[in-house]
Design a protein around this ligand. Sequence first.
Ligand code: NAP
Length: 420
Amino acid sequence: MHKIAIVGAGPAGYFAALALHNLQSDDRAFAIDMIERLPTPWGLVRSGVAPDHPKIKTVAKTFEKIAADPNFRLFANVEIGHEITVAQLSEKYDAVIIATGSALGKKLRIPGEELRGSMSAADFVPWYNAHPDFSDLEVSLDCDTAVVIGAGNVAMDVARMLALEPSELDPTDTADHAITVFKKSNVRDVYISARRGPEHAAFTSPELRELGKLQHTNVIMQREDIDAAILRVGDAPEKDVKSNLDAMFLIANSPSTNHERSMHFLFEHTPREIIGTDRVEGVIYSTPNGDVTVKCGLVITAIGYQAAGIDGVPYENGKVVNKDGRVKENLYVVGWAKRGPSGVIGTNKSDAAAVMELLVSDLGAPKNQQGITDLISNHKVVDQAAWQRINEAEIAAGEVHGKPRVKSALREELMNLAQL
Ligand code: NAP
């Protein structure tokens, strides 16, 4: 049997495990060890997907089915890169797959970005999703206006979370600490700014269409922005562009509503400077009509991600250096760490399947190595059984409150639930 290590227990890692499972045959079998830095698996399904999108999270059922395979083992709460190196894993396994995603938010690199009240979605999103590394993040929603920079689905998630009536979060698995802050929020206007026109926005149309269903938030797009974009794309726009513009046309032409909270879309607004003395006071944009200042007390940038490095793995431009997923020797990469932060969760399935075919074609005879066991003798490992204890405890805690789960946001709490 070949022993394979997967580093990172997010969607890309699980889909790599699934692909390997599907490539087994009478004379080829795989024992898979999945290693994860956090005490909990599921990656962005736990700490990225917006809490008001529970349907997207049902993919976790697939992950748990993969984990139920007798040849699959979870080693969570084990970090690779320092005490345990990638080189050690490479020695002890027939192949090692990096599936660690892209955790760092890209920077705007404009003046004022470091002011208090300016942060990246790469911090804000895991904060409201109870990621233990972000439970201490200082989030102050004491201002009336927030700006979200970027025109992708992450920006949309962030803007929606800020512009929702907070009681709408009660039946979700939003971190308790975040619900408390959202309920005290003074934010009533959220601006989501795109540097290009509507036809270039990276939102996807289901997310745009869903905005029409918000019951407590005005969604405001200027008709002239959308009409001009429709003119610019002409008669035969690409399918995705057409669906987006159709959805935006509907929003821009919807009867106006009169809720307390509003989400406004600004197009062709390129951020030039974040202003303020000791905290954010506004954003200066360059626009086709000259400079425009939007006064605000909070700026969240959602302009993409880059991978955090792991010692022993080559990185360039925020990604692992690779050719079709091959890195070097018996090292492979899948998911956002391989191709950059693009695509929805399902994109990782076909992506991982293609890399696993290459991996399998490279394999020699199994070397029958012993795997990670002797490297983790002094670690408190959250294995699949311990994770199930956490999972069941969180779900039980949620049941009383009509939520899918109440997530623990502290490592110690998670380790207690794991009974370790
Ligand atoms: P994204 O889709 O790549 O969008 C990034 C946005 O940031 C783009 O609008 C880009 O504009 C803008 N941007 C980049 N650099 C900028 C700069 N210097 N100044 C101003 N704007 C800048 O990235 P994402 O929103 O982080 O999402 C990552 C992936 O996850 C995407 O594939 C997304 O669809 C997916 N996702 C899906 C869901 C869902 O299905 N519900 C939810 C969240 C995320 P330009 O185009 O002008 O560069």
